[in-house]
Design a protein around this ligand. Structure first.
Ligand code: FES
Length: 180
């Protein structure tokens, strides 16, 4: 069903947090601290659907100032992934926010805003390196969603992609390479 589909090209990211749920996330609302998001797009009849029935679609969006941080456009990603249009835009990155260990939603690490710290079992992810695992038990990175800014909103340019360390297995990665 469309509400279980992964993010699709052309979807926009909307707030998942109470109070603004379902409203488009504006560029000005994104900063170094996580903003909870879901993808919203059209079903086959053209109606807008929030794709919130798939747990992996629970996302978090961040913006890191390029002058202050080494954002993913400048490093940390496979050159193959960089071939995709708009993996980040103006320092904004979007990732799934379901820990790949046991599914908790990790917030920013209070000791380092560029990392996530999963309080469930001390998993750590690096937001500036494709959300790769840098500590604890998670088996792989949380997938990234390439986005671009359009009309002050965040538009998905490709479904979940990530660097090779994030793929489930080599076959997935080989299939991905053929596609880009
Ligand atoms: Fe995140 Fe276990 S659920 S480390």
């Amino acid at each position: 069903t469309p509400d279980k589909a992964p993010p699709r090209k052309g979807d926009i990211l909307v707030h998942a947090g109470a109070g603004k749920e379902g409203q488009p996330i504006l560029v000005s609302e994104v900063g170094e601290k996580a903003v909870s998001a879901w993808p919203m797009g059209k079903d086959k009849d053209g109606n807008m659907v929030i794709r919130k029935a798939e747990p992996n679609n629970q996302m978090a969006v961040f913006r890191f100032d390029k002058d202050k941080f080494k954002v993913p456009e400048e490093g940390g990603h496979s050159p193959v992934v960089l071939k995709l249009e708009g993996i980040t835009d103006n320092g904004i990155v979007a990732y799934s926010n379901k820990c790949t260990h046991a599914g908790c939603p990790p917030p920013n690490d209070p000791k380092d805003i560029t990392k996530l710290f999963c309080g469930c079992h001390s998993g750590q992810y690096d937001l500036l390196q494709g959300c790769k695992v840098i500590g604890g038990p998670p088996p792989r990175s949380m997938p990234q969603v390439p986005i671009k800014i359009e009309n002050n909103q965040l538009v998905v340019t490709e479904t979940f992609v990530t660097a090779p360390f994030g793929f489930l297995n080599e076959a997935d990665w080989e299939a991905y390479l053929k596609r880009v």
